[in-house]
Design a protein around this ligand. Structure first.
Ligand SMILES: *[C@@H]1O[C@H](CO)[C@@H](O)[C@H](O)[C@H]1NC(C)=O
Ligand SMILES: *[C@@H]1O[C@H](CO)[C@@H](O)[C@H](O)[C@H]1NC(C)=O
Ligand SMILES: *[C@@H]1O[C@H](CO)[C@@H](O)[C@H](O)[C@H]1NC(C)=O
Ligand SMILES: *[C@@H]1O[C@H](CO)[C@@H](O)[C@H](O)[C@H]1NC(C)=O
Ligand SMILES: *[C@@H]1O[C@H](CO)[C@@H](O)[C@H](O)[C@H]1NC(C)=O
Ligand SMILES: *[C@@H]1O[C@H](CO)[C@@H](O)[C@H](O)[C@H]1NC(C)=O
Ligand SMILES: *[C@@H]1O[C@H](CO)[C@@H](O)[C@H](O)[C@H]1NC(C)=O
Ligand SMILES: *[C@@H]1O[C@H](CO)[C@@H](O)[C@H](O)[C@H]1NC(C)=O
Ligand SMILES: *[C@@H]1O[C@H](CO)[C@@H](O)[C@H](O)[C@H]1NC(C)=O
Ligand SMILES: *[C@@H]1O[C@H](CO)[C@@H](O)[C@H](O)[C@H]1NC(C)=O
Ligand SMILES: *[C@@H]1O[C@H](CO)[C@@H](O)[C@H](O)[C@H]1NC(C)=O
Ligand SMILES: *[C@@H]1O[C@H](CO)[C@@H](O)[C@H](O)[C@H]1NC(C)=O
Length: 608
């Protein structure tokens, strides 16, 4: 064992060890295994300090009798300025990503894609777009139906939303009373949620267009009521000083807690079996193997794993496929890694007749500096509140949801959870999404299929736990998804045909027709052009789920029981988005927090 080597390393560079040891007000964050308290025995070891891992660690360690350890592969994100500033979520911060790519995607003209997976403490919650969207009544009722556990129903998850959400006034305290329904929000939870703080040039146009058109565009007073259809304001996980609220800031910073340790730079390879005659399988999985030149840590109660790759590396999966990859199969669970689904995403940029967008922030340092000074507030600019200006917001102020036509569902089937669930999401952004071209000002209208039919997989091809897995999201491999995006364009172009946009839109995105042409061109040609554009332009929305899906207790498929325990395995649960049986019609962070809050309750109750 190399423990000794690490100790001498520390002894030789004591300052390094000390200066890299960050003590937050609650958990202690360690850089080196050798810094962990000697002889401390952990009741729970959590693999992955992401959105779910940190929130779960925080909840479990509320019981002072439990010692909890989190293992996180990345470094700490505490105090990283670019993470704190909400608007910087529009940047590709590759230093905080695993830099994985998909396999060649037949549905995308044989392209392969960058597949976001965050490499930072707090995971996606440290770097995402912060959209606060819950999904629909039917999403959760369907989770309850599929698993036979009413605890996942919309009514029952309200208590977990309440533990997670703290609705606050946005920075600068603008009047947002008309932008949400207070009856569907909670004010006592961990994560700060607020309505947009900075008025965008396009806000009134977006709302006027919805008003002018009515129908499916009708104003929805609150898209988080469980009935998301229509167009409404978008709450975000941003605090009242215009800063990102993540699982790090929300769950790791409350009270002093010496029973919660976080070890960063610790990459989990697998879970390891220990003989246990009391279990059906003959062993438990309570030991976690990870690198920092250290072999393993054992949890006396449970380990919690966040990834199908770790299960496969551990011999839990399709036995035939594992053998072929050179991994000794231990538990035959063929669903591990299967049923991957992600929401196909296209940010469509229309050239706009304005200079009042956020494009210059992303390409002109003078404008960026001015915006930063404004965001920093009173320290720099007397009388200006903290979090002021465009940097205190994310890249969308409103969001809208639609169902595809009954013609389409009649033809292909309905892949949504039910009538309260949209198939499509469209949201406006006052500028180009990510890095803008050097000239021009843009209106981006992002289209997403939130209830996709396509499924893919995550598999391993060899026995080295650190070989990147084969990621095949199967984008647009079911025709429904392409047909649904085509309908999204019909909805979008009709929206942009409202009179408020008349002098505003100058040019369509490269590859798409102009607004008048869309309605007059030969429909066969339009169809072919849309199909080509869609297959060329689709990318990941960073919402992959389903690879370690929960199912009913005696189901013939699935990986987890409804209490998130790995089927037939003692000592192991999976608490993250991979446990979703399908993707909710929303962004994934709120449903992930719901899973964590319920899992924490279940786990605490089972060890009382
Ligand atoms: C933060 O963002 C600024 C502006 O893009 C960049 O210059 C800087 O390198 C970033 N800092 C870190 C630590 O990534
Ligand atoms: C991903 O690439 C960036 C450079 O583009 C690098 O800084 C980062 O460390 C890489 N991530 C991992 C997990 O290696
Ligand atoms: C097996 O069960 C017995 C009786 O409940 C208990 O004493 C023992 O500790 C259990 N063994 C393991 C490895 O959990
Ligand atoms: C592990 O050991 C290797 C050399 O054997 C060293 O380069 C590396 O920095 C060590 N990693 C940690 C986390 O101590
Ligand atoms: C397991 O994997 C093998 C080989 O990849 C495949 O042929 C088989 O269909 C899979 N079994 C199940 C039950 O999915
Ligand atoms: C994928 O999910 C469906 C239910 O949506 C289920 O019928 C099927 O068995 C699952 N496939 C695997 C390999 O788990
Ligand atoms: C950047 O913005 C400043 C302030 O608005 C402006 O004066 C300058 O011309 C811009 N620079 C470029 C290269 O557009
Ligand atoms: C899988 O492993 C085999 C044998 O090492 C290798 O030839 C093949 O290229 C790998 N496949 C992928 C997709 O990486
Ligand atoms: C587009 O707008 C024009 C002018 O308001 C209107 O006459 C036309 O019916 C609209 N087209 C569609 C398809 O909505
Ligand atoms: C741009 O907008 C101005 C009014 O703001 C209008 O006068 C002008 O005609 C518009 N240009 C185009 C090409 O639509
Ligand atoms: C899609 O990409 C192909 C190959 O680059 C190109 O020929 C085609 O014009 C593109 N389609 C659209 C609609 O942009
Ligand atoms: C539309 O275009 C297709 C193929 O390009 C052609 O066969 C068809 O006749 C056209 N329809 C009309 C109404 O022009």
């Amino acid at each position: 064992m190399t423990f000794r080597w690490i100790r001498s390393f520390c002894a030789a560079t004591v300052l390094l060890c000390l200066s890299t040891l960050i003590i937050s007000s609650s958990a202690v964050i360690y850089d080196q295994y050798s810094d962990l308290p000697l002889g401390k025995e952990y009741d729970f070891v959590i693999a992955g300090g992401g959105t779910a891992g940190l929130a779960l660690a925080s909840r479990l360690s509320e019981n002072s009798a439990f010692n909890v350890l989190v293992l996180e592969a990345a470094t700490s994100s505490i105090g990283v300025f670019n993470i704190t500033v909400p608007y910087f979520s529009t940047r590709n911060m590759l230093q905080y990503d695993w830099n994985l790519t998909t396999t060649v995607q037949s549905g995308l003209g044989d392209r392969w894609l960058f597949f976001p997976r965050r490499f930072i403490l707090g995971g996606s919650s440290s770097i995402n777009g912060m959209f606060y969207t819950r999904g629909s009544v039917d999403d959760f009722n369907c989770f309850a139906g599929v698993t036979g556990d009413d605890g996942w129903s919309w009514d029952n998850i309200q208590q977990y939303l309440a533990l997670n959400e703290r609705l606050v006034s946005p920075a600068g305290n603008p009047n947002t009373a008309d932008e949400f329904d207070p009856d569907v929000h909670y004010i006592g939870g961990a994560v700060d949620v607020s309505l947009p703080s900075f008025s965008q040039n396009i806000d009134s146009k977006v709302l006027d267009a919805a008003h002018e058109l009515g129908g499916v565009y009708s104003y929805n007073e609150d898209v988080n009521s469980g009935m998301p259809l229509g167009l409404g304001w978008l709450p975000r996980t941003i605090d009242s000083k215009g800063r990102r609220s993540s699982s790090v800031t929300a769950y790791l910073s409350d009270e002093s807690r010496d029973n919660l340790d976080v070890l960063v730079n610790a990459r989990v390879a697998r879970v390891v079996p220990t003989k246990n005659r009391n279990t059906t399988a003959g062993y438990s999985f309570r030991t976690v193997d990870f690198t920092q030149n250290i072999t393993d840590v054992t949890a006396s109660k449970e380990g919690v794993v966040g990834s199908p790759q770790i299960l496969l590396n551990s011999g839990i999966g399709n036995s035939t496929a594992l053998s072929a990859a050179g991994i000794t199969p231990l538990i035959d669970l063929p669903s591990v890694g299967q049923n991957l689904s992600d929401q196909p995403f296209i940010a469509n940029a229309f050239l706009a007749n304005t200079s009042n967008t956020y494009d210059d922030i992303n390409r002109n340092d003078t404008v960026l500096k001015e915006a930063l000074t404004e965001w920093l507030g009173e320290d720099r600019l007397p009388g200006v509140f903290r979090g002021a200006g465009p940097l205190g917001d994310t890249f969308a102020n409103q969001i809208s949801y639609y169902r595809v036509s009954e013609e389409l569902t009649g033809h292909y089937g309905d892949f949504s959870a039910g009538v309260t669930s949209p198939h499509l999401e469209i949201y406006p952004g006052n500028g180009y999404f990510l890095t803008p071209p050097t000239t021009g000002y843009y209106l981006s209208m992002t289209t997403v299929v939130v209830s996709p039919a396509s499924r893919g997989s995550i598999t391993v091809n060899d026995s080295n736990p650190f070989t990147p897995p084969l990621i095949d999201p199967g984008y647009l491999t079911v025709d429904f998804d392409v047909a649904a995006i085509k309908e999204a364009f019909k909805i979008l172009y009709t929206f942009l045909n409202a009179s408020v946009w008349d002098d505003y839109i100058l040019e369509p995105p490269v590859g798409l027709p102009s607004i008048p042409d869309f309605f007059t061109m030969n429909s066969t040609q339009l169809d072919a052009q849309l199909e080509s554009y869609v297959r060329n332009s689709t990318s990941s929305s960073a919402h992959p789920v389903g690879t370690v899906a929960m199912s009913a207790k005696n189901a013939s498929y699935g990986v987890l029981d409804p209490d998130l325990k790995v089927k037939g395995v003692d000592g192991l649960r999976v608490v993250d988005a991979s446990a979703f049986p399908f993707v909710t019609c929303s962004h994934t962070q709120v449903p992930v927090y719901v899973f964590v809050e319920r899992a924490a309750e279940i786990i605490k109750a089972s060890w009382q």
